[in-house]
Design a protein around this ligand. Structure first.
Ligand code: SAH
Length: 396
């Protein structure tokens, strides 16, 4: 994730206790160059959580265990509405039943093991440990007019983009809907409690731009989108228009998403207008090439009427040439699209760096000449490795 300019002096020291040992037995082998992993290794499933279930399923889960069905809505309201994580606060539930109901509906899915802040506390990255020792990160970014949670959808990633820290580590496993939703609820809780400078507030936006390829974990991600958008007590009640799902371009999954007709914003990580270069920067291009991905994006735009966001990390002397800007401009003119240029964020072991300012400016100018809307994202969270492509969930 990247956004307004970082005040680089403001990175603060970790606030939480040092991490305990993480289960290294589930760490994947780093992928070979170009190697793709589409399916998650089979592992034990995370505990079932009410966020994994529709309201009817929650009711059923309770009645099967001999509880009254209406308790499901009560607990759900505490979870999504009051953001109450302590069952002691569920005063409309008999005290003797609270712990048992919490065990059934709200098992702890995420344990914070490190928190880092920047931008005077308005950017905060959290490293979470999942039930099996897998680790993921999420980033909260508070702006004047909105607060965005950048969430992970997989522990690691199988898409192996060479400039992305997450991609270099390989795929540990898919996350469950509950594990994805919990990241947003944790951010909403921190906002509600006034823990983020600026006074109490709410999370307004969610971007699936943390670790993982969301469309490679389709079912859980759609479940999370539904839970995030359903009104309380079924879900968190966010607007679908304020949710962005970012993808490397898994065409069949984009088509499935189009058919759902949920008006989330689709972001496509393009990074090159030509197949020759994109094959190396986004290895999945060898499966679905630039024109196939863009065709799927335009179908998405025409069905949802949502402008597609084209993500393009500017890498010095790799993809930032004026001719590539022209080629991109020609492909995107008159389309329902917006280009998000991301100055490349540094990642360990990568030889690439961000473009020169003059090349970036020329790239912007040429896209504008083609009439293509373009913005340059500033790199929020970069000094805490919380910016786009820097999430690696390293437990140091
Ligand atoms: N897998 C999905 C979701 C991750 S989103 C996807 O790729 O779209 C993270 C965004 O940051 C993607 O656009 C990704 O290409 C971009 N990114 C990755 N590494 C980066 C880096 N080092 N600098 C800038 N952007 C990067």
């Amino acid at each position: 994730m990247v956004l307004p300019k970082l005040d680089t002096a403001s990175a603060e020291a970790p606030e939480t206790a040092p991490a305990e040992a993480v289960d290294v037995t589930i760490a994947p082998k780093p992928p070979r160059p170009g190697e793709l992993t589409f399916t998650s290794p089979r592992r034990a499933k995370p505990p079932r959580h009410l966020a994994d279930l529709t309201s009817a399923e929650r009711k059923k889960a309770l009645t099967e265990l001999g509880h009254q069905g209406f308790r499901a809505a009560q607990v759900s309201k505490h979870y999504f509405g009051h953001l109450a994580d302590d069952p002691a606060a569920w005063t409309d539930v008999p005290a003797a039943k609270r712990e048992e109901l919490a065990g059934i509906l709200t098992p702890k899915l995420l344990t914070p093991i490190r928190e880092q802040t920047a931008d005077n506390g308005t950017t905060r990255k959290t490293l979470w440990r999942l039930f099996d020792g897998a680790t993921v990160e999420s980033v909260l970014m508070r702006y004047r007019d909105r607060t965005t949670m950048c969430v992970s959808s997989q522990a690691g990633c199988g898409m192996n983009c060479p400039f992305c820290a997450t991609g270099q580590a390989g795929l540990t496993r898919n996350m469950s809907t509950g594990e994805i939703v919990e990241q947003v609820v944790a951010g909403a809780r921190a906002m509600a409690r006034g823990e983020v400078p600026g006074g109490p507030g709410r999370v307004s936006n969610v971007v699936f731009m943390g670790m993982g390829e969301p469309l490679a974990n389709y079912k859980a991600v759609i479940g999370a989108v539904r839970r995030l958008t359903e009104p309380v007590p079924d879900g968190l009640g966010l607007s679908a228009r304020h949710i962005t799902v970012s993808t490397v371009g898994l065409v069949p999954a984009i088509e499935k998403l189009t058919a759902e007709a949920i008006p989330v914003t689709l972001a496509v990580s393009l990074h090159a207008p030509d197949d020759e270069l994109r094959d190396t920067l986004v290895p999945v291009n060898t499966r679905w090439n630039v024109s196939e991905v863009l065709d799927a994006a335009w179908r998405y735009a025409s069905v949802t009427k949502r402008r597609v966001s084209i993500e393009y990390a500017l890498i010095k002397d790799i993809n930032d040439q004026a001719w590539r800007a022209d080629r991109l401009g020609r492909m995107l003119r008159n389309k329902l699209a917006h280009v998000n240029l991301i100055p490349l964020n540094p990642t360990p072991g990568s030889k690439w760096t961000a473009s020169r300012p003059q090349d970036e400016a020329e790239f912007v100018r040429r896209l504008q000449e083609w009439g293509v809307p373009v913005t340059v994202r500033d790199t929020r969270g970069r000094d805490i490795d919380g910016a786009c492509g820097q999430l690696a969930a390293a437990v140091k």
